[in-house]
Design a protein around this ligand. Structure first.
Ligand SMILES: *[C@@H]1O[C@H](CO)[C@@H](O)[C@H](O)[C@H]1NC(C)=O
Ligand SMILES: *[C@@H]1O[C@H](CO)[C@@H](O)[C@H](O)[C@H]1NC(C)=O
Length: 259
């Protein structure tokens, strides 16, 4: 049987692999809390309600110490050391300069000469080292008339603001309910973490939007490419998608899949 203790350990593991840099002082603090709280739990075996209250308070403490509070002002990415699940290591603070916190170039339209007539450019941990560890990124989205950001997913949530044009944006819940709407200048929509979502320019001028995501490196998994740009044998792609052989071949040739 899973115990509250297992859940606490799981919650902590999840926090360690969150996008925040691992903060060893906070971790030590959390471990002390865990020992203290857990021995207290042992003395309260008969009081389920009390345990529940402690668990809720404890979860709050963990999320507060990992999600919000830091013992350093910033952790500018040190690209000379490999990236890890918690982000890049911190550049020596004595070598940090103002430009580590600046990204320029989102004032100009991206290159939309491609199959989907779309360009995405922006500030994330590889282009703006000061974002490392802060749980943020920001992108400019240009979608030409008839263009589309095809259905895709990220590890985190996204918020969009439309600056020019008219787009249909939407996402699909894990129960397959679709939430979608036509957005115009000034409209904002949020796409909850990891859910499939899309944007389509349905207006007659190029659309411009900005999106922000709550990770310095949100990841991007474009479903059609995942299915048809891979090296899985076509016979397996047919089985796992229920799409017939000719169509699988056609899509593999569009997306560059092999086998
Ligand atoms: C950071 O750089 C300073 C100045 O070069 C140096 O004295 C210090 O030892 C460095 N700190 C670390 C942790 O490397
Ligand atoms: C835009 O992208 C296309 C396709 O990759 C390329 O041929 C073209 O040179 C690019 N245009 C500019 C202005 O960079």
């Amino acid at each position: 049987m899973r115990t509250t203790h297992d859940e606490l350990l799981d919650a902590e593991d999840a926090m360690v692999f969150d996008d925040q840099p691992l903060d060893t002082a906070a971790l030590t603090h959390t471990i002390c809390w865990r020992v203290a709280v857990w021995s207290r739990l042992h003395t309260l075996k008969n009081s389920y309600n009390m345990i529940l209250k402690l668990f809720i308070a404890f979860s709050f403490l963990i999320s507060a110490s990992y999600g919000q509070i830091s013992v350093v002002d910033f952790c500018v990415a040190d690209y000379s050391v490999a990236n890890g699940p918690a982000g890049y290591s911190c550049k020596n603070a004595s070598k940090v300069i103002t430009d580590d916190f600046i990204f320029t170039g989102l004032g100009v339209k991206g290159n939309t000469s491609n199959f989907f007539k779309v360009a995405v450019n922006g500030a994330f941990d590889l282009t703006l080292p000061g974002l490392n560890g802060l749980g943020l990124s920001l992108f400019r989205l240009d979608i030409d008339v008839g263009g589309v950001v095809p259905i895709h997913t990220h590890r985190v949530s996204e918020v969009i603001i439309v600056m020019e044009g008219t787009i249909i944006a939407g996402f699909i819940g894990s129960d397959n309910t679709a939430y979608f709407k036509t957005l115009n200048k000034g409209d904002v929509m949020v796409f909850p973490q990891s859910l499939l979502h899309f944007q389509v320019n349905v207006g007659n001028i190029p659309a411009l939007a900005f999106v922000s995501l709550n990770s310095p490196n949100p990841g991007f998994q474009f479903i059609s490419a995942s299915l048809f740009a891979n090296n899985l044998p076509s016979s397996i792609v047919e089985k796992i998608t229920l799409i017939d052989k000719d169509q699988v071949k056609k899509l593999k040739s569009i997306f560059g899949g092999t086998n």
